[in-house]
Design a protein around this ligand. Structure first.
Ligand code: C2E
Ligand code: MG
Ligand code: MG
Ligand code: MG
Length: 280
């Protein structure tokens, strides 16, 4: 009996795996065509200076508008694009798109673009960034590149060179999702970051968990001491806003300020002096 049940369980499991493999294959095939068909889009989410309440930048977040599947989130296609080597071209497209968009915004408002670790090992990311800046005419200081610790994990001397070359272009570098992954404090000393983005997992529990509050406090103090700014990611409530401000974070990003939206819905960006942000 146990044996039969075991076999039955296996058969269900195998069928599920088979379905998953098929679903992934279908996505892979479509993803190869997505860029050429113009199905990729950038949404933008506001980043707010906590002291003044002013909009200081927007993070570009990729979306795939699939004809049948609808709006596909990055978690569903970025890892596949990385496996297939498509992310290099997609990342290049995103840099050009984001810089061109930001060049139309109120002066001084920055745009943050996520870079995949794969972009550091394939293709010339420094050249791609400099071309995106040149084509758009965007002032380099208005472009911020977000990288995750996994880029640094490769522990490749070329990575440090690349980050230094990017910074020499005048763009800013932010360390994304800090505190998850393999955070090592030595990264902060060895690599040229302008900003630390404190992972949403700490911010979302800052009200209820003293350990999360302590971690946010410590990162904010450390960053300030090292001359870096900090963004609290995933701020959803007024109380979280109060606590991350109290901790000394310099910027906030999250649904409380606004969700990621298509460019044409972020109308307020075009009105200088308007303190409100697009698309709450
Ligand atoms: P990320 O760079 O850490 O971006 C922040 C993510 O948190 C976004 O998810 C955003 O929608 C979400 N978020 C922001 N505020 C809140 C909040 O208050 N509550 C909650 N629950 N979520 C919030 P999204 O857009 O699904 O992107 C997920 C990840 O995909 C990004 O994480 C980034 O790692 C990656 N990604 C997105 N666009 C690109 C891209 O153009 N290139 C690369 N390589 N990766 C990208
Ligand atoms: Mg990011
Ligand atoms: Mg993040
Ligand atoms: Mg993330």
């Amino acid at each position: 009996r146990a044996k039969a049940a075991g076999r039955g369980t296996w058969r269900v499991f195998a069928a599920e795996m088979e379905a998953e493999v098929q679903a992934r294959l279908a996505i892979e095939l479509d993803l190869r065509e997505a860029m050429g068909r113009g199905e990729l889009e950038l949404f933008y989410q506001p980043q707010i200076d906590l002291l003044s309440g002013r909009l200081v930048g927007c993070e570009a977040l990729m979306r795939w508008r699939h004809p049948e599947r609808g709006l596909v989130p990055p978690s569903r296609f970025i890892p596949i694009a990385e496996d297939l080597g498509l992310i290099t071209a997609m990342g290049q497209w995103a840099l050009h798109r984001a810089c061109a968009d930001a060049a139309q915004w109120e002066d001084g408002v920055k745009v943050a673009v996520n870079l995949s670790p794969v972009q550091f090992t394939t293709g010339d990311v420094v050249l791609v960034v400099s071309e995106a800046l040149r084509h758009s005419g965007l002032a380099p200081y208005r472009l911020e590149l977000e990288i995750t610790e996994s880029v640094l994990l490769q522990d490749n001397p070329a990575t440090l060179r690349t980050l230094q070359d990017l910074r020499a272009l005048g763009v800013r570098i932010a360390l994304d999702d800090f505190g998850t992954g393999y955070s090592s404090l030595s990264y902060l000393r060895h690599y040229p970051f302008d900003k630390i983005k404190i992972d949403r997992s700490f911010v979302s529990e800052i009200e209820t968990r003293p350990d999360c509050a302590a971690i946010v406090d410590s990162i904010a103090i450390l960053a300030r001491t090292l001359g870096m700014t900090t963004t609290a990611e995933g701020v959803e409530t007024e109380e979280q806003l109060r606590l991350v401000t109290l901790a000394g974070c310099t910027e906030g990003q999250g649904y409380y300020f606004g969700r990621p939206l298509p460019l044409n819905e972020m109308t307020l960006l075009h009105h200088p002096g308007n303190n409100a942000v697009g698309g709450a």
